[in-house]
Write a protein of this length. Structure first.
Lengths: 224, 224, 224, 224
C-alpha cells in the first residue's frame, strides 16, 4: 500500500514537472511591419527562436503580432483580440516608427502627447491582466549618422517619451534607437541612408535582425 | 376592499407616470472643441436646451462630452469613462474635423481607412450597451463656397465615409457638411472664408449654433 | 536691264514669301512631367502635331519644355535657358499640379500667394520679350467626381488664382480643371480615382492626351 | 611753385582719404524674418553696428534685406530689386529656417535638392557682379539639446548642404547651427525648447542677437 502511494506520488511529481516544463512563457511581440516581418525566415523573432534552440533554452514561446502600418492607437484598438486573447506572460511593445514616419508621408502621424497617452493605456491594460511588459524605442528612419535624417529629431523625441514611460513604470526598455545610432556612428563611414542595418532605412536586414534579436533577448530576461 | 385596491392601483399608476416623466432620455454629444463649446452660453447644446424648454419638451436631458482637438481615436480611448459611465440613451457622435484638419496643421490627421475602423468600433461598443446612435458629418474648414477651401476634398471624402456607415448601420445622420455647403452657396456672396456660419472657418457663430441645434434635434427625433 | 531687275525682284519676293512660310510660329509648352510626357509618342503635344499635320496647318512649330516635378518657381529658375533662349512666339504655361500635390506627398508645395507671385513674374518676363502667353489650370489629382479627392479644394483654389491672372492680364486660359471635372461628372459613373482621363489620377491617358491637345489648340488660336 | 605743388598734393591726399573714408564697404544681410528683425533696436544687425561704432570701425555700412517667411527661392525672386540694386560689396545670405519649418507648418517647405539649386543660383548671380558672399547655416527650430526637436534632422541636413556649398565655392560660412547646438549642450540644463538664445525657438533673444552679431562679424572679416 505504501509502495503504491509512493509510486503514485512519484508519477504526480513527474507529471507536475513535465507540466511545468510544458508551461513555457509566452512572449508576444506586438508591433508594426518590422514585427510582421519578424516571424518570417530571417526575421528577428525567427532568429531569436533559432538562437534559443541552439542554446537549449526551451522555456519560452515567441509569438509575432505585428501588422504593417500600425501606430500606437492601432495597437490599442486590436490588443484584445490579437494579444490578450493569447494570454501571454510577456508582451514586447515595439511601435513608434509609423507614428513619426506617417507625419511626413501621409500627414497622419501621432501627436507626442497622444502617443504617450495611448502607450500608457496599452501598458495599463496589459498589467491589469498580470502580463509583464517590455518596451522598445524605434530604431531608424534613414541610417545617416550625426542626425541628418529628416525625422531624426522626432525619432529622438518619441524615444525619449518611451524611455520616460519605462522609467516611471519600472519596465525594461530595449533601446534600439540608442543602439542603432551608436552602431552607425562607427559602422557607416560612407554615411549611407540604408544598407547597414536596414534594407530601406526602416526595415531590418540580416545584420539588423540579428542585433534586434540579441537585444530583445536581453530585454526579455530583465523581466522579473 | 375593492376600493382600497382601486386607490392603491391609482397611486401606483400615478407613481409610474411620475417615474416615466422623471426618466428623461439622456443624450450625450460626443465630440471635439465644437461640442466642448456647445455647452457654453450660446453653444449649440445650450441653444437646443433653450428651444426644447420653450416648447415644453421635457423628456430629454442633453449632456456635452466634447474635448478640444479630439479625433475619432481619442473618442474611442475615452468613451468608457466619458460616455458609457453616464449610461446615456442616445449618443450623438460629432467628430471628423480634426481628423482632416490636423493632416495639414500638424501632420497628425487620421487615415480614411482607420477613421472608418475606429468610427465603427465606437458605434459597436455603444450598440452593445443598447445605446442609440446618431452620427454627424463635419461641417467646414473654411467657408468659401464652390469647394475652394484647402481641405474641402477631404471633408467631402470623410463625410462620404460617415454617410456610408450611417447607411450600412441604419443610423440617423445629421449631414452638417451637406447643410452648410448648401447654405453657403446662396448666403456667402462675397465668398468669405469665415463669418457666415463660423467665427474662424471651423467653430460655430450664433447662426451656426442655431442651425446645428435645429439639425441635431431632427437627428435625435429620428432615433427609433 | 529692266527685265533683269524685274526678275531679280520676283526672286526676292519669292524668297521673302518662302521665308515667311518658313517662319513658323514657335510654341513652347512650359511645364512639369505632364508636359515632359507630352512630347513622347501619344503625348498631348505629339497628338496635337499629328492633328495639325492632318489638317495641313503648317505654320506652327510645337516644342516641349517640361521637366518632371517642376513647380512654378522651378519654371522661373530655368526660363531663361529653357524658354527665352528658344525665342518662342507663344509660351503655354502648364503648371500647378506639383505646387498642390507636393504639399501632401513631401511637404514642399507652394503657398498660394507665392504661386501667384512667381506665376506673374514669369508672365512679365515673357511679355517683356514680346512673347504671347497662354496659361492652363491644373486638371486633376484623382478623378473621383463631386470633389472628394483629397486635394480637390486646393486644385480649385489654385485654378481660381490662374483664372484671376488670366482675366487681369487678358491672357487666354485653357481651363483644364473645369473641362476635366465637368467631363468626369458624366463619364465616371463608378467614381474611379483614375483611368478615365489619366493613368494614375494625374498623368494623361490616351483620352486625356486627346482632350488636352484639342483644348491647347483652342487656347493657342485665341492668341492675338 | 614747389609750395603750390605741395599744397596741391596735400589737397589731393586729403581728398583721397576723404573718398576712402566715404567709400565704406556695403554689407547687405539677405534673409528672412530673423534678418527683418535684425535691423530693429536690439536686432543682430543693430547690435553689430553698435559694436563696430564702439571700436571705431567705420569702414562698413550694414544694411538689412530681410522679409518674414522668405525661403531660398523668395530670395532668388527679389534679389535684383532688393540686393543687386543696392550695389553691395558683400552679401550675407542667411536663409533656411522657413525652407525646413514650412514643411511642417504649411506643407510648403523646400526640397533639399532645390534648396541647393536656388542657393547656388543666388551665389552665382552675386559673384557675376563681383559681390563677395558669406553664407550662414540656420540656427534652431526649438532649442532642446541632444537633437530631440521635431525638425532637428532636417536642420542638420540643410546645414550640411550649406557647408558643402561653402566648401565647394570657397566662401566663408557662419555656422550658426553648430554654434547654437554646441552652446545649448552646456547652457540649456533644463532642456527648454525656447528662452536660451531665442524667444520662440526660432527668433533671437538678446543673448542670441549678441552671439549672431559677433559671429557675423567673424564671417565678414574672412572675406578676401
Amino acid at each position: 500500500m505504501k509502495k503504491i502511494l509512493g509510486v503514485g506520488l512519484l508519477v504526480m511529481l513527474i507529471a507536475m514537472v513535465a507540466f511545468k516544463a510544458d508551461k513555457k512563457k509566452k512572449v508576444v511581440f506586438f508591433g508594426d511591419s518590422i514585427t510582421e516581418a519578424g516571424v518570417k525566415p530571417g526575421g528577428y523573432i525567427t532568429v531569436l527562436k533559432d538562437k534559443l534552440a541552439k542554446e537549449n533554452i526551451n522555456d519560452y514561446e515567441l509569438v509575432g503580432a505585428g501588422i504593417g502600418g500600425n501606430k500606437v492607437y492601432d495597437l490599442y484598438l486590436r490588443m484584445e483580440t490579437d494579444v490578450l486573447a493569447q494570454q501571454p506572460d510577456i508582451v514586447v511593445i515595439y511601435v513608434g516608427v509609423n507614428d513619426v514616419w506617417h507625419k511626413r508621408s501621409f500627414g497622419t502621424g501621432t501627436d507626442p502627447d497622444k502617443f504617450e497617452k495611448f502607450y500608457r493605456a496599452i501598458i495599463k491594460k496589459l498589467q491589469a491582466q498580470n502580463i509583464k511588459v517590455v518596451i522598445c524605442t524605434p530604431a531608424t528612419i534613414g541610417e545617416r549618422k550625426n542626425f541628418t535624417n529628416a525625422q531624426d529629431g522626432e525619432l529622438n523625441q518619441y524615444s525619449e517619451i518611451i524611455r520616460k514611460i519605462a522609467k516611471s513604470e519600472s519596465i525594461p526598455v530595449v533601446d534600439l534607437r540608442a543602439l542603432f545610432t551608436q552602431y552607425l556612428q562607427t559602422n557607416n563611414p560612407d554615411d549611407k541612408d540604408r544598407g547597414v542595418l536596414t534594407v530601406d532605412g526602416v526595415h531590418l536586414n540580416e545584420k539588423g535582425n540579428n542585433m534586434v534579436a540579441d537585444e530583445m533577448w536581453k530585454g526579455i530576461t530583465q523581466v522579473k
